[in-house]
Design a protein around this ligand. Structure first.
Ligand code: IPE
Ligand code: IPE
Ligand code: MG
Length: 245
């Protein structure tokens, strides 16, 4: 089935993706887990291209969670090296498509060579405004919210903020990327029905699209199918369906 983007009336401004199933994809083929991650990196490239084509402004991918540090050191190391080699291989595509790279998560916890390589591309793409590609790295939503609470408490202590004026907006403004709009669509591959500590605050009213497809098999067409499913959703935000007059 081929999808005609012209038929899609609503294109989400921000799509967030939980890229899951690399290990199972590899296991089914008798390959090592890192081979699955390598093939998964090609899917990131495909999704970025598809998003630019469809006019999606923000893409956030969950690449490494705070919990993923528990994985065997060999796999963690392989993932960090893959990040560097992927940036080397695909940076030109960010320039070609006017895509700005941003990172969300515990940047300081990443190995120095990874931080340096990331910073180079972050700086080189900082002036692009058409699209933003956000990689959630050493990211955990509960840590993000705890960090926000600390920043707010500090401001209250200094007298810069009154306790009674703290509202939803105050919390949102103290998250990692306060200027980025909440995702309208969240995609998770490989069929798991959970958030795994991803954007708990920001996904409050997002549409969820879960597919059984493993991340390495999730390419342009799969992304367009998700956009099409989003177009069929009826978003009510706690209200009621619009009545016919
Ligand atoms: C997702 O694939 C990539 C990361 C979490 C880094 P997994 O590695 O979780 O793959 P499965 O879930 O074991 O198949
Ligand atoms: C979620 O996948 C994290 C990323 C995609 C980076 P996991 O494979 O780590 O999540 P669980 O363990 O299935 O919840
Ligand atoms: Mg997984």
């Amino acid at each position: 089935m081929s999808i005609d983007l012209k038929n899609l009336t609503r294109i989400p401004k921000h799509v967030a993706l939980i890229m899951d199933g690399n290990g199972r994809w590899a296991q089914e083929r008798g390959l090592s887990r890192i081979e699955g991650h390598k093939e998964g990196a090609q899917s990131v490239r495909a999704v970025l291209r598809a998003a630019a084509q469809a006019g999606v402004e923000f893409i956030t991918v969950y690449a490494f969670s705070t919990e993923n540090w528990k994985r065997p050191p060999q796999e963690v190391d392989g993932l960090m090296k893959l990040l560097i080699s992927s940036l080397n291989a695909y940076e030109q595509e960010l320039h070609d498509n006017n895509i700005r790279l941003r990172i969300m998560g515990q940047f300081e916890r990443l190995p120095l060579p990874v931080r340096m390589r990331l910073q180079k591309t972050i700086d080189a793409t900082a002036h692009y405004t058409d699209h933003t590609f956000i990689i959630a790295l050493s990211y955990g939503s509960r840590t993000e919210i705890a960090d926000a609470v600390k920043k707010i408490a500090e401001k209250v202590k200094k007298g810069e903020l009154k306790t009674k004026s703290i509202d939803e907006q105050t919390i949102a403004e103290h998250l990692y990327l306060p200027d980025v709009p909440d995702p309208e669509l969240m995609i998770r591959t490989s069929g798991e029905l959970r958030l795994s500590n991803f954007l708990l605050w920001q996904l409050s009213y997002s549409e969820f699209y879960i597919t059984d497809t493993y991340w390495p098999d999730f390419r342009e067409e799969a992304f367009f199918e998700a956009l099409e499913a989003f177009n069929r959703r009826d978003r009510r935000y706690g209200g009621i369906k619009k009545q016919e007059p």
